[in-house]
Design a protein around this ligand. Structure first.
Ligand SMILES: [Zn+2]
Length: 479
């Protein structure tokens, strides 16, 4: 008797959390319990409120956590799990661990800032408003991380083992191939594949924003596939984003405005910065000051440069050609809050890159308060915006957006470049599935808005004839 229970990323793109319960006695209580991913719910309030719910089993009974990658919607709930008593190992690739060591404390800091804001302005129904976890609690959970290299089989218990294979989504990102031995008397082996997030299948030519090397891992084999569906209803443009980017910057600067880019602080920001450098060096876009505004800005660059082995040839070439962004003239990395505030004083055209990428928190909020009301400015999105996030509101053409309790009018130009996406689109997902060595017994779609999941389900059924279901929140399915 074994089952998977979908504790998150079912019906939405955030809160990835899947519980695998393998028990020999059929009661489902005393077996091996493994969690795959432990992400934060983001976006709509109804989702975010789920961050306050405990896992349905005692956290200390969970044997281990297998983490696919360092995005908050996959790792951001770890401090909460530890707070509830989880003390097992957190298995992740070495680069994922490096990323988590800056992302989780930053998330704790943001949670504290949020709670402090609500307490100051009495904008929460909770008295006092509490952070989901603190910076200190986030730092404390880093001790449980244990590195597992790609391709190495890790035995978790007598009945569960796993290995990481490349997902080609972001630095360190993996899919988890989990092998389960279960059954009453008659033990059978079942292969599960949890995809985490799946990167773009194509190379630099068709996915010019791609940072990590070509992938995801082809030729996979699984009896049960648990697969993401973020872009289950979308095709990415495959044009070179550079001419459009240059033109956006040039026009904004010509009218005396600045370009504000909400972006994930690590990898996405660095790749974007390298692209800007290249465009400026070749004279394709004007040389204006570039500010990377994040408390982890400098560490993020260091991690980016440390793990070159995972990058695409094009990214490696850029790194070799231009060296460390920390030494470039005109590029500024703001670490402290004071340095960040100084950027607000800049009245000359500049480019500001700041997190969070979906404007769910962080310094980007201050920059948008400052720059959104002025039509000379441009807000440029280079990443996915989940419904319910401020980023989604701004991108979808709303006339105003609520930030820190105030309604901010949106008069700036709003633009988006989809070529930077880290997620495979529908044709790429299907192309990857075609490489499987056999048809899984069943495929569960997770990590997608209902419409995207439904369209991908139909596309897979039509194209490959597979048995596909959309996972429901808290649903248990047999393994
Ligand atoms: Zn991700």
């Amino acid at each position: 008797m074994a089952y998977i229970q979908f504790l998150g990323a079912a019906g939405t793109v955030t809160g990835s959390k899947h519980l695998l319960n393998v028990s020999g006695d059929g009661t489902g209580k005393s077996g091996t319990q493994v969690l795959i991913d432990c992400g934060l719910f983001q976006g709509k309030k109804e989702w975010r409120e789920r961050n306050w719910q405990d896992v349905p089993i005692a956290a200390h009974e969970i044997e281990c956590l297998i983490l696919t990658h360092a995005h908050l919607d996959h790792c951001g709930w770890i401090p909460r799990l530890v707070k509830q008593g989880f003390r097992g190992p957190i298995y992740a690739t070495p680069s994922t661990i490096d990323l988590c060591s800056i992302i989780l404390p930053d998330s704790g800091h943001l949670q504290e800032e949020d709670a402090a804001f609500h307490n100051k302005f009495k904008t929460s129904k909770h008295e006092p408003a509490l952070p989901l976890y603190t910076l200190e609690e986030a730092q404390d959970c880093l001790q449980y991380f244990k590195p597992v290299e790609f391709g190495v089989v890790k035995q978790v218990s007598a009945d569960v083992s796993f290995r990481f294979v490349h997902a080609a989504h972001i630095l360190g990102s993996s899919m988890a191939e989990v092998t389960v031995k279960a059954g009453d008397g008659d033990i059978r082996t079942t292969r599960l594949l949890f995809t985490g997030d799946i990167g773009r299948v194509h190379d630099q030519h068709t996915a010019p924003g791609k940072v990590v090397y070509s992938g995801p891992q082809s030729g996979e084999a699984a009896d049960i596939l648990v697969m993401e569906s973020t872009y289950g209803n979308r095709n990415h443009p495959d044009s070179d984003p550079r001419p459009e980017l240059s033109s956006l910057i040039r026009k904004t600067v010509e009218r005396g405005g600045s370009v504000v880019v909400p972006a994930f602080a690590v990898e996405r920001t660095q790749k974007f910065v390298f692209m800007l450098k290249e465009l400026m060096e070749s004279g394709q876009c004007p040389r204006v000051p570039v500010y990377c505004d994040s408390p982890m800005a400098i560490k993020a660059v260091e991690i980016f440069l440390k793990h070159r082995e995972e990058y695409s040839d094009a990214t490696k070439e850029l790194v070799n050609k231009y060296g460390s962004p920390l030494e470039w003239q005109g590029f500024n990395f703001a670490q402290t809050a004071q340095e960040s505030k100084k950027i607000n004083d800049s009245r000359f055209p500049c480019i500001i890159i700041s997190s969070s990428g979906m404007v769910t928190g962080g310094r980007i909020q201050h920059h948008l308060i400052q720059r959104l009301p002025d039509p000379r400015n441009t807000v440029l999105f280079i990443g996915f915006q989940a419904p319910g996030t401020r980023g989604f509101t701004v991108k979808s053409g709303a006339p105003e957006v609520k930030i820190f309790g105030q309604m901010i009018p949106i008069r700036a130009q709003v633009a988006a470049l989809e070529q930077f996406s880290d997620h495979a689109d529908t044709p790429e997902l299907l192309e990857w599935l075609h490489t499987f060595s056999f048809k899984p017994n069943i495929t569960y779609l997770v990590h997608g808005e209902p419409d995207a999941s439904a369209q991908l389900r139909d596309a897979i059924a039509k194209d490959l004839g597979w048995n596909v279901r959309i996972a429901q929140w808290m649903e248990k399915v047999e393994v």
